[in-house]
Design a protein around this ligand. Sequence first.
Ligand SMILES: [Zn+2]
Length: 166
Amino acid sequence: MTTRQVRRRCRALVNGLRLPRPFTVEALVAELAERRGRPIELRVLPAGAAGSACGLWIGTATRDEIFVEENTSSFHREHIVLHEIGHMLCEHEAGHSDEHGTIRQLLPDLSPALISRILGRTNYTSEQEQEAELVASLIRTAAAALAPPPSAGVRGELEIALGIRE
Ligand SMILES: [Zn+2]
């Protein structure tokens, strides 16, 4: 796909979302879970477990799980969740890797089958990474547009008086 086609596809995906008001990433996750008819769980991943990815999305038969690396700022955490949502919305699939042992050490309570799925999801192509990143930033832009900062001065007071703003 050309860059233009990628942008168009990602924009269409984000336009198709019903963004919660007020916008929070958690509310968006809840909204998506309802729309997809399956739960989305946010879970914490030990630092380094996802390699350079910082986050992981695992789709199992019954649920989606988004893992976010611990020890990161809340802004970064939100961005990771949005990025993983991007992979989810784009329905990215990926191949396999041989890092089984490392992940098993880091996440000993996960079954080998689940680990296979985790690793399967971390080998995205750079185009898929770009798409996920684009979706994340488009969601941020759309969310910011939902709640523009109130106007300053007289105009702001007028807006409050007219009930446009609270
Ligand atoms: Zn990614």
